[in-house]
Design a protein around this ligand. Structure first.
Ligand SMILES: [Zn+2]
Length: 219
């Protein structure tokens, strides 16, 4: 898969902030029974999640995957968000997505190289000071897992401890989030949260938006 290469990245401090409260959380409707059980277990014992997915980002991913699946095509995009910490534990908050025109088939997808400037405009228009925290793509009708190619993408492009891969199957109505683990990968339980009840911006102050990555179009 040909993708933009990240050539520069700005490190920034991790914000100390309480994770979204229980009352703002819900399980994704498309969780498999084992994923739903992991979700329930965490909520029951008040164990914080390592990944929180906002309603807004969830809706955009799902709608994109469903739209593409009408033509049996895969969807693809970046996950935008923040790494935060609370009481010594880091967690990830996915707040938005960025995508553009794709070159897609039923089993393969990549960004259209001609559309990369548009992709980065979409990213910068996300409305917050984002970090690319992973990627999403769909497996229409193939269930959720990381293929060998997906795993290679994860290892080469998303190999930071906080990086995740979200896979969605809009035909089987299944969604899973994965991260690298040793030579393979593992599923990460996550919660969907309503961001309207969560204060935006550091200390409630508006943020300045800066582009965190510079695309290089592979030749
Ligand atoms: Zn895949």
């Amino acid at each position: 898969m040909t993708r933009p290469r990240i050539v520069s990245e700005t490190k920034r401090s991790v914000e100390e902030r309480e994770p979204p409260g229980k009352s703002t959380l819900r399980a994704h409707e498309w969780l498999s029974s084992s994923s739903a059980a992991a979700y329930e277990e965490k909520v029951r014992h008040s164990i914080p999640f390592e990944v929180y997915l906002s309603y807004r980002a969830e809706r955009r991913i799902r709608e994109h995957a469903v739209r593409q699946a009408k033509d049996t095509l895969e969807a693809l995009g970046f996950l935008l968000g923040e790494v935060r910490q609370w009481q010594g534990r880091e967690y990830l908050v996915i707040l938005g997505v960025g995508t553009t025109e794709l070159r897609s088939s039923h089993s393969n997808v990549r960004f259209d190289p001609q559309a990369l400037p548009k992709l980065f405009m979409d990213l910068d228009g996300s409305g917050f000071d984002y970090v690319i925290v992973g990627w999403y793509h769909s497996h229409p009708g193939h269930t959720c897992f990381l293929s060998k190619t997906d795993l290679k993408t994860q290892r080469t492009m998303f190999n930071q401890p906080y990086h995740v891969a979200l896979v969605i199957d809009p035909m089987n109505k299944e969604i899973k989030i994965f991260r690298l683990a040793g030579n393979s990968y593992e599923e990460v339980p996550f919660a969907v949260f309503r961001e309207d009840q969560v204060k935006n911006g550091r200390n409630g102050k508006p943020r300045t938006r800066t582009l965190k990555v510079k695309p290089v179009i592979p030749t």
